[in-house]
Design a protein around this ligand. Structure first.
Ligand SMILES: [Zn+2]
Length: 192
């Protein structure tokens, strides 16, 4: 795992990103056929209409997740959808307009696990690339304050695990880093 990823290691080109994220064929404002032009330093889909000039910025999706604790155990959900169907991860998902990242993490946690969480401090801001394009995950620490385990939305199972009981098939680099930091701390505390 590599926490200090440098910008020059990012491999996705604008062409790949555009293809992945579906550039608009027609302008969503004025219906003129879009063209590709070099603008603000990159090839971008733009509307050639002189009065419209709409530019499609194909930018990263932003999501938020929470590493939520109940006593000394951590909450994970088992994914029911791709990517990584059947694997375990923190509850989380894409941000909606008008929502803070903390609210996203709380909402997703309730929808996927049935638990209400209080959001604590920021653990990580993680950049990733996937088949859908690039993204940013904002990961918080949290505390379970109510609710009962009930898998929903993108989750098919919910579990609360001690550091030595974690399931084998955990996904997403951000999740693995946070869990490794936590289990290392727990191990050090137990041997100190
Ligand atoms: Zn237009």
């Amino acid at each position: 795992m590599n926490q200090s990823r440098q910008p020059d290691e990012i491999t996705l080109t604008i062409e790949q990103t555009t293809a992945l994220r579906q550039a608009f064929k027609y302008c969503p404002r004025c219906r003129t056929e879009m063209v590709t032009r070099l603008i603000y330093g990159r090839e971008r889909p733009v509307c050639p209409d002189e009065t419209c000039r709409f530019v499609q910025f194909i930018d990263p999706k932003v999501s938020a997740a929470v590493m939520a604790f109940q006593q000394e155990k951590v909450l994970l959900i088992q994914r029911k959808v791709r990517p990584a169907k059947g694997s375990w991860c923190f509850p989380g998902g894409f941000m909606e307009m008008g929502e803070t990242p903390q609210q996203t993490a709380q909402r997703e946690c309730k929808e996927e696990s049935g638990f209400q969480v209080e959001i604590g401090h920021l653990l990580d801001v993680h950049y990733y690339e996937s088949f859908r394009g690039s993204g940013i995950l904002i990961l918080y620490q949290g505390q379970i304050i109510g609710g009962t385990a009930q898998a929903g939305d993108d989750a098919k199972a919910v579990g609360i695990f001690a550091p030595d009981e974690l399931p084998k098939n955990i996904v997403f680099e951000s999740n693995l880093i946070a869990l490794a930091n936590w289990t290392n701390r727990e191990n050090n505390a137990n041997t100190a």
